[in-house]
Design a protein around this ligand. Structure first.
Ligand code: TMP
Ligand code: ASP
Length: 237
């Protein structure tokens, strides 16, 4: 399958049409943003890491009963996907407090949560992706009750599969953000990406951050952290 016209350019990816309207091709860039695009930069090699890691995770999740939009990895940066209509929600699961959760609820970063938490944010850059509850989601029609049931069930399953997998890599999964899409028949499937851009990964022993927080917080060693995660999951040099 080949790239045709550019359909959409986001902050970290470009999406191209193909000859077949049921499929598109995503191309991962090295561009990085944070704080709703206020902070901009480049993380050299990030596009390759995110493409390959995300495809690896989506294949693992498929094997574990979570349907995804993954079709075929074409090269280091490009992947064929099933075309979906994105559900306009960021779905966030947390195992330990960090980031906006720590700030909002006054819980110190690294505090274990008594159970994994699920939260939704409305995907809307102009509004700064505000947090939204189920009743508000149904009220504005962003998703139906049935869709949120499916999404919630899949999100907790993704968490279970990822916790177990990353444990074997001596990495603790602190939290992550995922997105879902609707196929033309309405079926809900996992979409977007799973990468160090969208997860918090901490070394199990040292708690060293191995994810995009190094960029968000100007910690240095950003490229090295992405490369280290590739090594840990068995895809690195
Ligand atoms: P938060 O603590 O800033 O709300 O982030 C929670 C998780 O979501 C964290 O793993 C980073 C990820 N995330 C994204 O993937 N995209 C975003 O725009 C934001 C704000 C967070
Ligand atoms: N979505 C954020 C931004 O737009 C990126 C992040 O913090 O992960 O800039």
């Amino acid at each position: 399958m080949e790239k045709k016209e550019l359909m959409y350019e986001g902050k970290a990816k470009k999406v191209y049409a193909t000859d077949d309207p049921a499929y598109c091709i995503v191309s991962y860039k090295d561009d990085a943003t944070a704080f709703n695009g206020e902070k901009k930069g480049t993380i050299v090699g990030k596009g390759v890491v995110n493409n390959r890691m995300s495809n690896f995770m989506f294949k693992l999740l498929e094997k574990n009963g979570v349907p995804t939009d993954f079709v075929e990895e074409l090269n280091d940066r490009d992947t064929v996907l099933k075309k979906v209509e994105i559900v306009p929600l960021e779905v966030i699961i947390r195992n330990k407090a960090a980031g906006s959760f720590s700030k909002r609820f006054g819980v110190a970063e690294g505090t274990p949560l008594k159970q994994p938490t699920l939260e939704f944010c409305l995907k809307d850059d102009a509004l700064g992706d505000p947090m939204i509850n189920n009743s508000q989601i149904f009220g504005i029609g962003a998703a139906t009750e049935e869709e949120i049931d499916t999404i919630s069930k899949y999100a907790f399953k993704v968490n279970e599969v990822m916790i177990d997998f990353f444990k074997q890599c001596n990495v603790e999964l602190i939290d992550f953000k995922i997105e879902f899409g609707r196929l033309p028949d309405g079926t809900i499937i996992l979409a977007d990406e799973i990468s160090p851009d969208t997860c918090r990964f901490w070394d199990m022993d040292t708690h060293e951050k191995l994810d995009k927080d190094r960029f968000r917080r100007d910690m240095g060693g950003v490229e090295e952290a992405y490369a280290e995660m590739m090594k840990r999951i068995g895809l690195g040099e």
